[in-house]
Design a protein around this ligand. Structure first.
Ligand SMILES: *Cc1c(COP(=O)(O)O)cnc(C)c1O
Length: 234
């Protein structure tokens, strides 16, 4: 199937899933995850009307960005783990960082934002199931508490919500409790009214489980294969 056909099929399923949750398709943003795809394929998605794109490596996007610079309305988000020493480069290349997973990284990004005199939109990445060897901050951790407290003094960052990647599973229903938990964490953080913390965005759901994610309140699904096809080199 072509990218255009994929997008059409995904939109239909998004609409149905949103309806089951008492919402409309306008409540959910479709992000195309373009890692490993060539600029020509990304351009195709743009021509089909997609405007939000996710890449997971600074280096890889730096190499592609020149060929995509004319896509004036594209918004590029980093969704992969970011080392503090690449924070400055990431802040130049991306419109937003959706994978802030430590206080140290937040501080680095904040310093860069102040230098560049801009405000960087960020999401906090949550390791919702507390998996070993996985990026993200664990919900009950001291680190999350410290980050929320520090946000007030990190004025260069615009905290907009949470992002998660649940444990790998073939059955999309296996993701449901994790998505629900992220939504509850969002509600909990919101109810505490931290300064400089907004909780408008819940970035959850990938190609195999996005319908479940929408049913559980996702506001941004991140789709690679479902939109662009099999990833090259997989
Ligand atoms: C690769 C990736 C995706 C998309 O994966 P698909 O299964 O192709 O939809 C979404 N989110 C993150 C963080 C990723 O790294």
């Amino acid at each position: 199937m072509s990218v255009a056909e994929n997008i059409k099929a995904v939109r239909k399923r998004m609409e149905l899933a949103a309806g089951r949750f008492g919402r409309t398709i306008d409540d959910v943003t479709l992000m195309a995850v373009t890692k490993a795809f060539a600029p020509e394929v990304i351009r195709e998605a743009y021509e089909q009307g997609l405007r939000l794109f996710g890449e997971n490596k600074v280096q890889e996007f730096a190499a592609k960005a020149g060929k995509l610079a004319d896509l004036a309305h594209a918004e590029w988000h980093l969704i992969g783990s970011l080392q503090s020493n690449k924070a400055a480069r990431a802040a130049e290349l991306f419109h937003a960082i959706d994978s802030v997973d430590s206080l140290k990284l937040a501080q680095k990004l904040n310093a860069t934002a102040e230098k560049l005199k801009k405000r960087i939109p960020v999401l906090i990445e949550v390791n919702i199931a507390g998996e070993k060897n996985k990026g993200g901050i664990v919900p009950e951790s001291k680190e999350l508490q410290q980050l929320l407290e520090a946000a007030a003094s990190l004025a260069g960052l615009d905290f907009r919500g949470l992002m998660t990647i649940p444990p790998m599973a073939n059955d999309p229903q296996a993701s449901r409790p994790h998505f629900r938990r992220l939504r509850q964490l969002r509600d909990d953080i919101e109810s505490r009214h931290w300064k400089n913390i907004r909780m408008d965005v819940l970035s959850m759901g990938m190609s195999h489980d996005y319908e479940v994610a929408i049913e559980e309140g996702s506001t941004c699904i991140r789709l690679g294969t479902a939109v662009l096809g099999e990833r090259p080199g997989k």
